[in-house]
Ligand binder design. Sequence first.
Ligand code: CUA
Length: 330
Amino acid sequence: MIHWLTQPITELGRQIDAMFYWILAITGIVFILVEGLLVYYIIRYRRTHAEQQGLDYHGNTKLEVLWTLVPALILVVIGYFCVPLVQAAQTPPSNAIVIQVIGHEWSWEFKYPNGVDTQGSEPLRIPAGQNVLFKITSGDVIHDFWVPQFRVKQDAVPGRETRVWVNVTDTDIGTYPLRCAEYCGVLHSQMVSTVQVLSPADYQSWLDGQAKAAASKAQADQLKAQQAKQTGSAPLGDATNGQKLATQFGCLSCHAIDNTQKAGPSWKGLAGTQVPLSDGKTVTADPAYLKESIQSPTAKVVKGYSPIMPQTQMSDSDVNDLVAYIQSLK
Ligand code: CUA
């Protein structure tokens, strides 16, 4: 078989490919037959001298019936074999691991069964050899969840839940591209991620590790908030983590950290300055303003810039970390 497409990594994907090749063969034969006859008749019955006239045919009922029925029959046969595949793709097994997929401008968020929630440029992680059901939705506009190697593709629609399930073959452990396949705004082309297919043991230990890390971070945050309350000074967040988040969430595609001109205001030396706004007012870039600008980007728009920044789904503690990072850019 010719491998011009990426290899499917699920059994269903392989069946879909087989179906595709059958349809390609049938339509290919019809194409060659029709075009071949056309070319043959053009040459065979061409006008050979100037006064030659063509015959004046007025239809042929038998032929018309034949060339309507034969293609219709071919379509029915194709449909007969395709319907079970479509049904299988849309009927998740009841024992599937459920992962929630949420599209955002312009990154994917994944929620795992034990409460682990990854965002930004974090890849999707799934175990091989197990049924995995994706419950897909969107936090803003329509996106489209697409892993070419799955051979299934599903829109992420705000306010609605769509579903797709897969079972990746044990031998296909590896990393595959995950794309947004629906135009969703200016950075649609950068809404690119990956899916990591892990062995069930690796998947479980990653998941457990994440849950532990989340728990200890929550504890540390609580402690820091208490300290900040007592001393009234220390920054609320962790600038090092904030730096990581700035890359993960793609903030730095629009905000410079070295005063170069980008789509959004530069962060360098921003904290504490007086910022002129588009409505003529001025505001001090204190933590409260920075926080508001991350959480509701269009509440205050800086003079000379457009209100194009998307809403991000960041936890409160992530926002604090990001603000701490911006404050650290002197
Ligand atoms: Cu999201 Cu395109």
